[in-house]
Design a protein around this ligand. Structure first.
Ligand code: KG4
Length: 340
């Protein structure tokens, strides 16, 4: 019998629904929320209101595109956390109501585990080459920067993580310092293509083990710009591309240095990247280069699976469903959580 899972993701500012049947993605529909652009960051109240408007049309579109009727669904999987509470509540409430009305199981998914398992989404007519266990996954988004040791679909251990800002936050905050729009990561990525990554030097943190720190980078960047502006009031405008290239290459160097250390010490050469920042071109290039130089098998997600999406929730739900790991309807969403 077919196992058909509807996945629902609403942890931040993307409302997404996807259908996965027997591990193969049939649809993945996401409504982005432009409403936050004017505020330079996600406004939680506006996000949950937009989720309420989007959730029914998005689920409808996902089912239609998949050619699946509600009665064909085996279970509803949803992001229970971590994320913004108001946003999570919309997806959670919808998933609970929908599964109850169809009398099918409800499966809760940890958003971070979903990002890692995005590497296991199969697509029709596309070669399927997931990482082999155990593998390392660099999980980098606006809220997280972690190195995860993935031993199976369910056994995941965070061996290193940021002690302050996440990598995406570093991109976004440095972009804000330069007066660039939110989210700053993609803008920095674009402008950096025309810049010189060696034009300036920023302080790199020295943190123990496999942990990260990005808050010092932002401060070092801020002070450098402040000093340069005293000498040349047009500094920002004239050197914007170089500044973007420097921020980007510094963040990527910091990320890769700890990942190299982990791969070497744990003797693992299966290495994946996941999360919103994995869309960054310099980070993707660094993965390819490391693969060639250190003999790693690298796994870089398709762009549509880098940012928040429901396909990664549906695939995680698919594995949990097969283990019979269902969620009680009384369980509330959670804002903070770790993998494992
Ligand atoms: O995973 P994600 O969509 O949302 C969560 O944080 O959960 O990640 C969003 C983050 C933002 O900080 C954004 O600036 C960053 O990913 N990002 C990028 C790029 N695309 C998105 N950072 C650098 N380069 C990019 N191309």
């Amino acid at each position: 019998m077919d196992i058909t899972i509807l996945g629902i993701e609403s942890s931040c500012d993307d409302t997404s629904a996807a259908v996965i049947q027997n591990g193969v993605m049939l649809s993945n529909v996401t409504a982005n929320q432009d409403v936050h652009k004017a505020y330079g960051g996600v406004v939680p109240e506006l996000a949950s209101r937009a989720h309420q408007q989007n959730i029914i049309p998005v689920v409808d579109a996902a089912l239609n595109r998949a050619g699946i009727k509600r009665e064909d669904l085996s279970a509803v999987a949803f992001t229970r956390g971590p994320g913004l509470m108001g946003s999570l509540l919309v997806g959670t409430s919808f998933a609970k109501g929908f599964s109850q009305s169809l009398d099918i199981p409800l499966v809760d998914v940890n958003h971070l585990q979903g990002h890692v398992l995005a590497h296991f989404i199969q697509e029709k007519d596309t070669p399927f080459n997931p990482p082999k266990f155990p593998f390392l996954c660099l999980l980098v988004s606006g809220g997280n920067s972690q190195i995860v040791l993935v031993k199976s679909h369910f056994e995941m251990e965070v061996i290193g993580q940021t002690i302050d800002d996440a990598a995406g936050e570093a991109f976004d905050k440095c972009a804000k310092v330069m007066g660039l729009p939110y989210p700053g990561g993609p803008v920095i990525d674009r402008l950096a293509k025309e810049g010189d990554p060696k034009a300036f030097t920023l302080n790199k943190p020295s943190i123990e083990g496999y942990n990260y720190s990005f808050s010092g980078l932002k401060t070092s960047f801020l002070y450098m710009i402040r000093d340069e502006l005293k000498k040349n009031p047009n500094f920002l405008e004239e050197r914007k591309n170089d500044l973007c290239a420097v921020v980007q290459s510094t963040v990527v160097d910091i990320l890769m240095q700890k990942l190299r250390k982990a791969a070497k010490e744990l003797r693992i050469n299966e290495v994946a990247v996941a999360g919103g920042v994995s869309a960054n071109s310099a980070l993707r290039n660094a993965f390819v280069e490391h693969g060639e130089k250190y003999g790693w098998n690298v796994y870089i997600p398709k762009f549509s699976f880098t940012t928040d999406n429901a396909a990664m929730i549906a695939i995680t739900g698919y594995y949990k469903f097969q283990k019979g790991e269902y969620c009680d309807i009384s369980l509330p969403p959670f804002a903070k959580a770790v993998i494992g």
